[in-house]
Design a protein around this ligand. Structure first.
Ligand SMILES: *Cc1c(COP(=O)(O)O)cnc(C)c1O
Length: 397
């Protein structure tokens, strides 16, 4: 079978480019520039150098001994993206795209952000490479994530509040696309996940595929075989695509994506696109979208801001329909339990996003044999979530 996406950016019926006419040429220019860069030894060497000397790669693979013993089944291994500079996998993509922007002669980058994690990663990479940086953020998110707003400003970025719609991530993406239409000759838009129009889904997956390539070598060395299962949380889907990509060809490895089940199964109470959504177009790409019967994009809810998005990357839609990846949902409450479990048993406070993957692991590990291994992508650290968890649990700080 030919590798996907095809030349027009389709993964089966998903993906593509649903954008205003003025963005068609710039997206084609970006595709060409990226294709050239990824074949260029000098570019690959510079990216590899930054990933190792700046971002902290390769990240370790840790055997979670006490968690394994507690669950009483499969051996659990953690791919430690929480140890990346800025605390999550997002820097891998931000550094890659900012390096590409500089190569394309663009002095300015823009980005959208929800919780602020992608905004911080882009502001960081832009500071490193001397690029002007503007980050769009819904005003509701600015209020909830005031610390990250200040962090981006410290890094020299300009943060622009978006007061439209639900004043959250989806509105920030709309505003970023609007900016890009009018500034495209000087500006690169750094998309934060495997979503948006072609080439973003495939390009971001490739920048994140370093997670999977490292993990494949590490698990073979440390466990002496392939894992039975790989588990990752799925917001837009970049950390999952990054770790899955190396293992997709190994049919014996089960791949599981975990979505935010929120506080219920009704539309508006969760962000589980595969059990609650239907195919549609959002932000330039065709994929599963949470929408009502008229195609109006639904509100979403999750305790974890990074999973709280009404659509999902188009490659995940393809993996879902072709049954290569299984998608499950985990509730707010289960994620909070797993947040505590990993903190207490392993001395690692995980991001609330990651806690969704860990909650699924705690269900499934006891059902697998002790000779088998589960590999979890520990997408980020939980420092950013500590005060929110305290608030939810009625602890005054
Ligand atoms: C942003 C984020 C996610 C969700 O984004 P994906 O593109 O699905 O990876 C997951 N975990 C952490 C720690 C994040 O910051």
């Amino acid at each position: 079978m030919k590798p996907l996406p095809d030349s027009r950016g389709y993964f089966g019926p998903y993906g593509g480019r649903f954008v205003p006419e003025t963005l068609m040429a710039p997206l084609e220019e970006l595709t060409q520039a990226w294709q050239e860069a990824r074949r260029d030894r000098a570019f690959r060497r510079e990216l590899a150098e930054l990933l190792s000397t700046y971002c902290g790669r390769p990240t370790p693979l840790s055997f979670a001994g006490r968690l394994t013993k507690h669950l009483g089944g499969a051996a659990v291994y953690l791919k430690r993206e929480d140890l990346c500079h800025t605390g999550a996998h997002k820097i891998n993509n931000a550094v890659g795209q900012c390096l590409l922007a500089r190569r394309m002669g663009k002095a300015r980058v823009i980005a959208e952000t929800g919780a602020g994690q992608h905004g911080v990663a882009v502001a960081t990479a832009a500071a490193l490479l001397g690029l002007h940086c503007r980050v769009y953020m819904g005003t509701e998110d600015e209020r909830r994530q005031a610390l990250n707003v200040y962090r981006m400003k410290l890094l020299g970025a300009e943060v622009v509040g978006v007061d439209a719609g639900s004043k959250t991530l989806k509105d920030a993406i709309n505003e970023s696309l609007r900016d890009w239409v009018s500034s495209v000759s000087s500006t690169h838009y750094v998309m934060g996940s495997v979503m948006g129009p072609h080439p973003y889904p495939v390009m971001v997956r490739e920048f994140q595929s370093v997670i999977g390539s490292e993990a494949l070598l590490q698990i073979r060395k440390q466990h002496r075989s392939l894992p039975k299962m790989i588990v990752a949380c799925v917001g837009g889907g970049s950390n999952a695509a990054g770790i899955f990509s190396a293992f997709v060809p190994y049919r014996q490895v089960d791949l599981v994506g975990v979505e935010a089940g929120g506080r219920g199964t009704r539309l508006g109470e969760h962000a589980a696109r595969f059990s609650g959504g239907t195919p549609g177009v959002l932000h330039g790409t065709r994929s599963y979208v949470l929408q009502d019967q008229h195609g109006l994009v639904a509100e979403t809810h999750s305790v974890s801001a990074g999973l709280d998005y009404p659509a999902v990357g188009p490659e995940h839609a393809w993996w879902h329909d072709s049954r290569r990846v299984t998608y499950v949902r985990v509730s707010d409450e289960e994620a909070l339990d797993a947040f505590h479990l990993l903190s207490e048993l392993e001395g690692i406070v995980p991001a609330l996003e990651t806690a969704h993957a860990l909650a699924y692991v705690s269900h499934v590990a006891p059902r697998l044999g002790p000779g088998q291994a589960i590999l979890v992508n520990l997408s980020g650290r939980g420092d950013k979530d500590v005060s929110e968890v305290a608030r939810l649990e009625g602890v005054t700080l």
